[in-house]
Each structure stands twice: as C-alpha cells, then as structure tokens.
Design a protein. Structure first.
Length: 68
C-alpha cells in the first residue's frame, strides 16, 4: 500500500483512475465565436508578416548605403 492509495482529506487519489473533471464545456455559439476570433487573429498576423516582408523588399539593400 503506497502513498497514492491512502485517502487524503477523505479523497482517494489513485494513479490509475482517469480524472473525471470535464472542465468548461462551450456551447456551439461560443465555439463558433472562438473560431471566428482565432481566424481573425491568424489573418491579422499573416497580414503583418506580409507587410514586414514587403517593407523589407521596398527598402532593399539601399538601407546599407546611408551616410554614417
């Protein structure tokens, strides 16, 4: 009998039993809203990456030829 088999405060903590806590369960409307937000964030991030890439192409190597 190990420590995991001893009840602590009336709760039996066994290592082989899966947790029965389902956590927060979202409704379908909440899942759709979360997916929409995730897509909006992904598109914004992609636009920012494209903007940085284009600015790098526009500035090009001329940025290295500036006076000191």
């Amino acid at each position: 009998m190990g420590r995991a088999d001893c009840p602590i405060c009336g709760v039996n903590i066994a290592m082989n039993e899966p947790a029965k806590d389902d956590g927060i369960v979202l409704t379908e409307a909440q899942k759709r809203a979360q997916r929409s937000r995730s897509i909006a964030i992904a598109l914004s991030l992609a636009a920012l990456v494209v903007l940085f890439y284009l600015m790098t192409l526009v500035k090009g190597p001329i940025i290295l030829l500036r006076p000191m």
